[in-house]
Design a protein around this ligand. Structure first.
Ligand SMILES: *Cc1c(COP(=O)(O)O)cnc(C)c1O
Length: 398
């Protein structure tokens, strides 16, 4: 009989490990390893396979050559904090002072620092489910309690009554993500206004993960901080990784009212202190690129969405059309699939591609309803998606 390791016995350990005591995120690693071992096209992990704008890459090289290689200031280099403030005004009309911006090690650290700073033991955090995997881990580390609002196939829109019921006086944070990973849904204005009303009514803070803000296909992205009553209660989080194809740089930021930003800074300084000095001015260059770059990036990704969605449909999947972001969710039920994790493991052999089962993004007790769904990434070069289309066509013939 295995004796659990010391931290596995804690509530935090139990939440971060799976039933077998393994790190609960291994499905991503397992699927990537499977892709590597079988030569399957890896549409599991969401990272682009080509470089972003040359101006941004060149600015990082220049910064290294210019000696921007030591610890930057704790809240981030002024050039980037100013560029974030300018960006929020330029795209969304949100007036922001650079002092209200904190640079972080990716959006991930911004999320974790925010949750650790604002959530006390037993406080509730309302999230849309399925959710980006770091949310549950950070809430567990803070000793908080996750309250989920389900997003259901095929539209993945939150039900307003369920949202209302989830937010109570025990709620400390309402954590939203739009455009949404893994479903590609985007919250409409009415839903965002409801979130603001609920936050005011129950004295909760809104945290919004907007890393796909520039990758919206059909309607413009609406930051909740731009709506009446929103800014004063909202910590807005984004990062350069998804917008500029620089996911490995891990340059993120958050902004909001000064008292919230100060509280989060106090935690952040003991997580990483600072990161990525030469990448910070480079992302500042990116944020100041002309509009054509941002619309071009969304247009290119929309074409990729359409290409992969069409090939999944032709192969026999039912497909939910994503409104933004990197991912499309496909339903394998037409193939008689009732266990997407098992199907995902067989997919490299069946079709030469890899995806991730949606059950990886929900609490174990909520897997029902997601059992035949698989997430595929389309943030890949057109020729890679064409090759995937050809392989998926084989699935229809099989
Ligand atoms: C990729 C991603 C992140 C992480 O962003 P980093 O800047 O790489 O830390 C956070 N949230 C969502 C929804 C993501 O898809």
């Amino acid at each position: 009989m295995d004796i659990p390791g010391p931290w596995q016995r804690t509530a935090r350990g139990a939440l971060l490990l799976d039933d077998a005591g393994e790190l609960a995120t291994t499905i991503f690693a397992e699927m990537s390893a499977l892709a590597a071992a079988t030569g399957a096209i890896n549409l599991g992990q969401g990272f682009p396979d080509e470089d972003g704008p040359s101006e941004v890459l060149e600015a990082a090289r220049r910064a290294i050559a210019d000696g921007v290689n030591q610890y930057p200031p704790g809240p981030g280099l002024p050039a980037l904090r100013e560029a974030v403030a300018e960006h929020q005004l330029r795209f969304y009309g949100i007036p922001l002072d650079a002092a209200q911006v904190l640079v972080t090690a990716g959006a991930t650290e911004a999320l974790t620092a925010t949750i650790l700073a604002l959530v006390d033991h037993g406080d509730e955090v309302v999230v849309l489910e399925p959710f980006y995997d770091s949310y549950a881990a950070a809430v567990a580390l803070a000793g908080g309690v996750l309250r989920t609002v389900p997003l259901r196939w095929p539209g993945f829109r939150p039900d307003h009554d369920e949202l209302r019921a989830a937010v109570t006086d025990r709620t400390r944070l309402i954590l939203i993500n739009t455009p949404h990973n893994p479903t590609g849904t985007m919250l409409d204005r009415t839903t965002l206004e409801l979130v603001i009303d609920l936050a005011h009514e129950h004295d909760a803070v809104i945290v919004t993960d907007e890393v796909y803000e520039h990758l919206a296909f059909d309607a413009p992205h609406i930051p909740i901080a731009s709506l009446p009553g929103g800014f004063e209660r909202t910590v807005t989080i984004s990062s350069g990784g998804k917008t500029f194809n620089t996911t490995g740089w891990k340059i993120g930021w958050l902004s909001g009212p000064l008292d919230l930003v100060r509280a989060i800074t106090a935690v952040k300084q003991y997580l990483t202190y600072v990161n990525g000095a030469p990448f910070q001015p480079a992302i500042a260059v990116g944020l100041r690129l002309p509009d054509a770059f941002f619309t071009g990036a969304a247009d290119a990704l929309r074409a990729k969405r359409d290409l992969l969605s069409a090939s999944l449909r032709e192969a026999g999947f039912a497909v939910s059309t994503p409104q933004g972001g990197y991912f499309v969710v496909a339903d394998a039920a037409p193939f008689g699939v009732t266990d997407a994790a098992d199907f995902a493991r067989r997919l490299p052999e069946l079709a030469g591609v890899v995806g991730v089962p949606l059950t990886a993004f929900v609490l174990p007790e909520h897997r029902e309803g997601y059992r035949s769904l698989i997430r595929f990434a389309y943030c890949k070069r057109p020729e890679v998606l064409q090759e995937a289309a050809g392989r998926l066509a084989g699935l229809a013939r099989a």
